[in-house]
Design a protein around this ligand. Sequence first.
Ligand SMILES: NC(=O)c1ccc[n+]([C@@H]2O[C@H](COP(=O)([O-])OP(=O)(O)OC[C@H]3O[C@@H](n4cnc5c(N)ncnc54)[C@H](OP(=O)(O)O)[C@@H]3O)[C@@H](O)[C@H]2O)c1
Length: 301
Amino acid sequence: MRLGRRLMWSGVLGGALYWLARYLRPKHSTLVLNDKVVVITGASSGIGRALAFAFARRAARVVLVARNVEHLEAVRREIEPYTSDVLVVPADITQEDQLQAVVTQTLDAFGRIDVLVNNAGALLGGRLQDQDAGRIEQLIRLNLWAPIRLTQLVVPHMLAENAGYILNIGSGLGRTAAPLLTIYTASKYGLLGFSNALRRELDGTGIYLTLVLPTWTHTDMLPGDVEDTLEKYGYRLEHPDAVAERALLALVHGDNEVIIGGPMIKLGVWLERFVPFVMRIYWRFVVTPEWTAAMNKLGPQ
Ligand SMILES: NC(=O)c1ccc[n+]([C@@H]2O[C@H](COP(=O)([O-])OP(=O)(O)OC[C@H]3O[C@@H](n4cnc5c(N)ncnc54)[C@H](OP(=O)(O)O)[C@@H]3O)[C@@H](O)[C@H]2O)c1
């Protein structure tokens, strides 16, 4: 009996000490961004543009990837005061040949890729039965296939250096399932699974992976009237600069995952995980005709 108690208390004490050590232990990352070569997809607007600024301000060499070359050039002009090494690579990352060109052009220019930021993405809202098959495929290709394939192309170069950082921009909807955003939710849950599995696969290789889960953010992805509806329903919109700074901090600290959003978002993620029926009731109240009309407006711009 006494032995049993001793064993129990040793277990509790051991567990507490382990937790304390994990809590106090300096993070594993020693990332210094100065001169690092950073490839950012979706760098022409929103969170990607803000990330380009954040990396440039830390004197990284930045590769800007998106389809709209004028927008990319505008970002280049904006960040050039901070870093002289900016490469613009116009590419549709849903196309295999253009993805390969992103990697080869970066290696030709800089000889290495230190940080890959899989940020480009789009939204698709509305009821599943109303979605066009082609748009579903395109969204999955952009939000899930492209980050997987680009990472696959980049990882061998990182392995050759025994070092590298992957920053995946997921979404809070990769941890809480939203009706009327089923395809988007599926793509972001997929990115979460990919990120968690790959992190384990790369364990010990010197390559780190951070997954960022932002909440609703004020970018071109959201039409103004949809933002009004979101705010009416209690959501606080983040600023893309704040998201980018928090994401960068998580990367530098070597965090596995960071949820960006206020207490309502964090509570939602917790409830989804431990008491999902509460979220089911929540969504029953939220899906009103007004909410449905707002979600129907969400699609690639
Ligand atoms: N805004 C939010 O509320 C929110 C919330 C959570 C997570 N996120 C995530 O954050 C990421 C960035 O979103 P954002 O809000 O910054 O949206 P955004 O302002 O609309 O930016 C999307 C970016 O992706 C690029 N892009 C779209 N299709 C592309 C393609 N086929 N090939 C290459 N680039 C492409 C766009 O550039 P081009 O049009 O020039 O190609 C643009 O630079 C996404 O992954 C999104 O899911 C956003």
